[in-house]
Structures are given as structure tokens and as C-alpha cells.
Design a protein around this ligand. Structure first.
Ligand SMILES: N#Cc1ccccc1Cn1ccc2ccc(-c3cc(N)[nH]n3)cc21
Length: 243
């Protein structure tokens, strides 16, 4: 997978070169290119924004600059690519989204700032046959798209083959079965007079699986009842429903 990110703050994306993702790039499991949007300005001030038509607070990012940038970074043509635009007004980005995007050959992220990007940039991209996803990472307002891109790139990249040391981690993490993950423990057996639950030290794998499922159901019911409501009818068996 190749990931391109266009932004006026390229340094915001430096964390993509660190740790797990940095090692995945070094190992050639994915490519990441970050582009400074100001490269496509032609004025001495390198202006990327202007006042909004119709008035209102803040500024809007100019279509000309974005248009030239995306013409170069995301040329229309046979190679499929997806343009992702983070916005508070977007569809929710979820684990399901991450799984779907993990199958893409190319992802291009457009990081807006100010009050966002002129709508015609997205219209033009769609008119050129490019898939455009406007996505939100949560119901709160950030200052720009860069942090949202860090979140989404990490969520997608960890699903790529070879990126995680143990592929079971991605297969069994929260949301993989529609539930939140339950509590985890490691050594020592007792810490500050708090003991690891006996069942986890007992070696009975069926009992451990049951205990973990029960804790996941309890946690999901308590923190995210909406996820329980979204489960398919046959997702919970009688033992689950008794929790
Ligand atoms: N757009 C916009 C906007 C609209 C109103 C007020 C402030 C902004 C700032 N902003 C500019 C770019 C941009 C990108 C993504 C987010 C974003 C995503 C999530 N999930 N929250 N916030 C915000 C962004």
C-alpha cells in the first residue's frame, strides 16, 4: 500500500516514521509520502486560504492550490486510489472502515485546516472518477486534519500483513467480534495486594475463553450498549445472554 498525505504542516506527520509504522515502512510493507501543500502555491505569500463566500468566521482553503496538488499526487487513471478527507462533518471512521481501506492499493489523505477545504475540490475529484471519503474520527472538533490522519493511518496500517508481530492481535482486538475487549493482566500475580483472577492462571482454556467473553460482554453493555444492539441476532448464544 502507498499512502500520500497532503498538508501545510508536514512535520505533524513525523510520528508515522516512528516505532511500528516506521519499521513497516523500512521493511517495505507500506510506502508513506508526505507533501507540503504550499509547494503548489505561486504567490510570494504562498497563500492557501481565503475568506468564505457568504461570510462567516474563519477562512476556507483555496481550490486552485488543492486542485494542482491532487492533480499531481492523485492523477486520474487506471490505478485505483481513494481520497480521504478528514472533517467533523464526515461519516464515522470505524474498524470496519479501517478493514476496508486495508485492501486498497493507494490512499491519499487531504489534511484541511481553517474551516475546511473548498467543496469544489471534492466535487472535481469525484468528477474525475476518484473515490472520495469524507470521514470523522469522533464527535469533537479538531484544528485540522493531520491528527485524524495519524489515527486513521495507524488503524489501517496495523491491519496490513506483516505489520503486527502477531496477526492474531488484529484478528482478536476490540471490535473484531463486535465487542469491546475485556481486561488484561500480566506478571506479577499480586501487585499492591491486587491479584490476577484465578481463572487466568488455571490453564483451563475453555474457562479462560468463557471468562474473557463474559468480561467483554459486561464491559460492552456498560460502556457501549450501542454495539450490543448492532450485533447480528445470532451473535450471542444462551451463555452470552445470561451475562
Ligand atoms: N473542517 C473543519 C472545521 C470546521 C469547523 C471548525 C473547525 C474545523 C477545523 N478543521 C479543519 C480541517 C479539519 C479536518 C478535520 C477536522 C476534524 C475531524 C474530526 N473528527 N474532528 N475534527 C477538523 C478540521
Amino acid at each position: 500500500m502507498r499512502i500520500d498525505v497532503v498538508t501545510i504542516f508536514p512535520a505533524y506527520l513525523d510520528p508515522l516514521r516512528e516505532a511500528l509504522l516506521g519499521r513497516a515502512v523500512e521493511r517495505g510493507l507500506l510506502e508513506i509520502a508526505v507533501h507540503d501543500l504550499r509547494r503548489w502555491t505561486h504567490d510570494v505569500h504562498q497563500a492557501v486560504d481565503d475568506a468564505p463566500y457568504g461570510g462567516g468566521p474563519g477562512m476556507v482553503m483555496r481550490p486552485q492550490v488543492w486542485g494542482e496538488a491532487l492533480d499531481e499526487v492523485l492523477p486520474a487513471g487506471p490505478q485505483p486510489a481513494r481520497l480521504v478527507v478528514p472533517t467533523p462533518a464526515g461519516r464515522p471512521f470505524t474498524q470496519t472502515t479501517a478493514r476496508a481501506w486495508a485492501d486498497e492499493q493507494r490512499l491519499v489523505f487531504a489534511c484541511g485546516r481553517y474551516e475546511g477545504i473548498d467543496e469544489r475540490v471534492l466535487l472535481d475529484a469525484r468528477a474525475r472518477g476518484i473515490e472520495v471519503d469524507e470521514v470523522s474520527i469522533g464527535d469533537y472538533v479538531l484544528v485540522g486534519g493531520e491528527v485524524a490522519v495519524l489515527v486513521m493511518v495507524e488503524a489501517v496500517a496495523r491491519l496490513l500483513p506483516g505489520v503486527l508481530g502477531n496477526p492474531r492481535s488484529a484478528a482478536e482486538d476490540s471490535f473484531s467480534d463486535g465487542l469491546l475487549e475485556g481486561p488484561s493482566y500480566t506478571r506479577p500475580e499480586t501487585w499492591r495486594e491486587l491479584a490476577v483472577p484465578d481463572v487466568l492462571r488455571g490453564g483451563n482454556h475453555a474457562a479462560i475463553a468463557r471468562w474473557r467473553r463474559d468480561r467483554a460482554l459486561e464491559r460492552t453493555r456498560d460502556r457501549r450498549p450501542d454495539l450490543l444492539d448492532a450485533l447480528p441476532p445470532d451473535a450471542l448464544d444462551a451463555a452470552d445472554r445470561a451475562v
